[in-house]
Design a protein around this ligand. Structure first.
Ligand code: DGI
Ligand code: FE
Ligand code: FE
Length: 198
């Protein structure tokens, strides 16, 4: 993958996303690259995954469901009720079909970037984390601590983000996707097994 390919994709995305989303996208791209450097991962692949993670974000919710059904992308009843969640799955589909990405790990990083999933690869964790900490983000609690953790320990950082996301979502009942809950439980156990109960 070369710089030219990244530039071509950026130009295309700039037209598909609103201005704020595009700037967030660039933030996630560079933050993914920085995290890849810190954790000995492939910088260009992290950059490409970060760049494309929200490529389906600016499709209307109604269309998201329709397009998924049309292309036989499975939609759970929870996703049908909360269709914004589908931008991740649909994003992976677009990355493949519209942006020519064939790297399965990049596609899966895009696919799970909103809820996470148990036992993510370092690349998947990097995109999940970069989405939460990129410089334009400023409302989440504990951002300072989470940003520092991101460069030190991917598992502990993933766990902290999931914990804070669940705390935030728990204020509105019936809002938690099973995937988010399962991911949280997985990383909770992983951290406990590593460090003992804390
Ligand atoms: O697309 P972005 O806004 O950049 O970020 P994202 O794809 O991570 O989506 C962020 C939102 O997703 C955030 O407000 C928390 C929400 N989210 C994550 N897991 C769940 C969830 N929302 C619901 N309703 N249920 C979940 O399980
Ligand atoms: Fe997203
Ligand atoms: Fe995002």
């Amino acid at each position: 993958m070369d710089e030219e390919r990244l530039t071509i994709i950026q130009e295309k995305l700039c037209k598909k996303l609103d201005d704020k989303r595009y700037r967030h996208t660039l933030g996630v791209m560079y933050t993914s690259a920085a995290l890849a450097m810190a954790h000995g991962q492939d910088v260009k692949r992290a950059q490409l995954a970060g760049l494309l993670h929200d490529c389906a974000k600016c499709v209307s919710n109604k269309k998201k469901v329709k397009i998924c059904q049309k292309h036989e992308i499975p939609v759970t009843p929870f996703e049908e009720e909360n269709p914004f969640l589908l931008h991740a799955k649909l994003g992976a589909y677009y990355a493949k079909k519209k942006y020519g990405v064939e790297d399965e790990e990049i596609l899966s990083a895009i696919c799970c970037h909103t809820t996470g999933k148990p036992n993510m690869t370092p690349l998947e964790q990097i995109v999940y984390i970069a989405d939460y900490i990129e410089p334009m983000r400023d409302t989440a609690p504990n951002l300072g601590e989470i940003r520092r953790l991101a460069f030190q320990d991917l598992d502990r950082c993933t766990y902290k983000i999931l914990k804070d996301t669940l705390d935030y979502l728990n204020s509105s009942p019936g809002k938690i996707d099973i995937a988010t809950e399962q991911t949280y439980q997985y990383y909770k156990e992983r951290i406990e097994n590593r460090y003992g109960n804390q």
